[in-house]
Design a protein around this ligand. Sequence first.
Ligand SMILES: Nc1nc2c(ncn2[C@@H]2O[C@H](COP(=O)(O)OP(=O)(O)OP(=O)(O)O)[C@@H](O)[C@H]2O)c(=O)[nH]1
Length: 316
Amino acid sequence: MPSNDVLPDRELADIPWLLELTEQLPGVIFQLHRAPDGHLHFPYLAGRGTELNGLDWHDLSQNALPALERLAEPDYPRLMAVIERSARSGTPIATTFRLRLPGKRMSWIAVRAQPRRVDSGTLWVGLMIDISEQMLEEDRLRRLSDTDDLTGLANRRKLITRLDEELSLSNRHGLPLSLMMLDLDHFKSINDTWGHLQGDQVLRELASLSHGILREEDLMARLGGEEFAVLLPLTPESHCRQLAERLRERIAEHDFGVGHGQITISIGIAEHRVGDSREILMQRVDESLYAAKDSGRNRVMAGVCPPESHEGAPPR
Ligand SMILES: Nc1nc2c(ncn2[C@@H]2O[C@H](COP(=O)(O)OP(=O)(O)OP(=O)(O)O)[C@@H](O)[C@H]2O)c(=O)[nH]1
């Protein structure tokens, strides 16, 4: 191998050096060939990334299928569509996919490849690199930025993102969608009497208690302070009200360690009206919550109902 790291001349004598270099690459460089009948194979594969258990790279030089069969379920049709599009349009492939190899967790792979038309079909030259660590880190950061530190619930940011998605589904398909906003009653006096740390513990317990009552597809978020919201997809207001009453009761009954019956919540609810914006829905829920506070706390109120039906839960 030459002593410097720049290839001096492209002479035949340099080929062993080049081969050694490619074998050491922390990834895979490849040629992928697609015949007119769709058959795919890798005429050339090199790099340290080829040392993957469970795949025989010699077989892949005849047929790419054993590698494609290792793709994660949704990635297979997507990658095949990307390859087809690239072959048709002559545009490069630039995508990521997940590959499952025996004895290993799912690996995230990034691929870049340039196509070229050849007599026998299409030939890509490209590279693949394992980006699993980077994806894990991105996932961790995304979770952090979506999560409320104290309670582990979603934060306002996450709620807004999910709410916008659900609103668009609801508007498109006329599906019911309800929103609940809940706020601890007289929480300041809990903090003043028991201290902020105990107050924090109450918030955490309230979060886990409520979380246990909700369905998998519901999203509970802490909006800040002692205010929470629950997004309930596919839920009309009548069901939302039942759930809110259950929550309210469960919390009023629970022993938070700060004196029995001291922790109660007020809840405002509203069902989305198709065509309304997110702001309008949130404003309606907010108004319901304030109405619940104004009319005595420890109760559930819905803005669209006449005031007399807004009374708190019937005595138990
Ligand atoms: N322990 C704790 N307290 C918090 C946190 N965030 C906000 N608070 C407290 O929550 C209290 C909210 O007080 P207020 O806005 O007056 O409301 P409230 O006392 O609950 O009264 P109502 O909502 O009108 O029933 C304040 O004492 C805040 O310091 C937190 O993260 N931890």
